[in-house]
Design a binder for this molecule. Structure first.
Ligand SMILES: [Fe+2]
Length: 335
């Protein structure tokens, strides 16, 4: 089965049943996908599906998070001005449960990276999933994982207080507009502080998710270990997802450029510890997705390799040869 975005699915055959958030069948496997069907899936909040494909029949593309939970998670963000904070707590637990209880889904990697764009809510879900995967492999306990998930879902809640014209602006921001954007961690802290029962850990993630290891971040220019550990984890996941995704003001970075940029920020934006382990632990490629190698060959991801997630095992379209990229330093994934 090949795992791909809805953009490239017309004429392909659906490989597994799709259900909605009430477990009702939306589409049965075996159906040939038309533009009308694909639009219907988009309306349900589904962006990635498995399709039949001869080269990838034996590849397991189980997703770390079910479509049902993804749709539920998207419903936290009811509109541009408000976020259902209480619901974020219950969804966070579901995300942690699903991601940590299914080892094969975890090793299959991220299902949504590069797919969602122009959408703060879906970016936040991506960040939460990345952070849970990273935190789990770092050995964090369940309480911290749940906090990390809530923090990931809510990290940009302060943007609901930033004028929409600034958030949606596609031209370069003026210095004044940029200063306004930079207030969103403080706005987030203020919103969450209205609830006296809000855990300080969640508020700290939201408040500190733009602080850099070298003190050049904002709003308080915290340095090194003064940045709360869960905020530092959300920070690196946030930047990774922002780079790899398409936005109104930029195209998506290639994988190779994103990896190189994150690594170059070790000891600058990010702690050397988290930078070192991010690509060892976080499965940034989903099995069953197409990639382009540095020799321009087209391949499909067969299996992630824990210890170096930038170098999965891939299968060449050209001759079906399988290559474990951890054993081929001369080759890498470009995009
Ligand atoms: Fe932010």
């Amino acid at each position: 089965m090949k795992f791909q975005t809805l953009d490239n699915c017309i004429g392909t055959v659906l490989a597994s049943d799709i259900t909605d958030d009430n477990n009702r069948l939306i589409l049965k496997s075996g159906i040939v996908l038309t533009e009308k069907i694909i639009n219907r899936l988009r309306n349900f909040g589904i962006y990635c599906i498995g399709v039949e494909d001869p080269i990838s029949q034996d590849i397991d593309v189980t997703q770390p998070v079910s479509n049902k939970t993804m749709i539920e998670a998207a419903s936290i963000y009811t509109n541009q001005n408000s976020i259902d904070v209480d619901k974020a707590f219950s969804i966070a637990e579901k995300l942690v449960d699903e991601i940590t209880c299914n080892n094969s889904a975890m090793s299959n990697g991220l299902q949504i990276i590069k797919v969602y764009d122009e959408n703060t809510s879906l970016h936040s879900i991506n960040v939460a999933i990345l952070a849970i995967m990273f935190g789990y492999n770092l050995g964090l306990n369940i309480t911290k994982l749940n906090n990390l998930a809530v923090g990931g879902l809510l990290h940009d809640i302060g943007k609901t207080k930033v004028p929409i014209e600034i958030l949606n602006k596609t031209d370069k921001l003026t210095p004044e507009e940029f200063e306004e954007i930079k207030k969103h961690p403080q706005y987030g802290w203020d919103i969450l502080s209205e609830d006296i029962l809000m855990p300080a850990t969640i508020k700290a993630i939201v408040y500190q998710h733009h602080e850099n290891w070298d003190g050049t971040g904002y709003p308080r220019h915290l340095e090194n270990y003064n940045v709360y550990e869960l905020a530092a984890i959300v920070h690196i996941c946030d930047v990774f997802d922002a780079l790899i995704s398409k936005r109104s003001y930029k195209s998506a970075f290639k994988y190779s450029d994103t990896i190189q940029y994150i690594q170059s920020q070790s000891g600058k934006m990010f702690s050397p510890y988290y930078t070192k382990y991010f690509f060892k632990f976080v499965p940034i490629f989903h099995t069953g997705t197409d990639v382009i190698l540095s020799n321009n060959e087209k391949a499909i991801v067969v299996k992630n390799n824990l210890g170096d997630m930038t170098r999965p095992t891939v299968r060449l379209y050209n001759n079906m040869e399988e290559i474990n990229l951890t054993q081929r330093e001369d080759l890498s994934i470009i995009s």
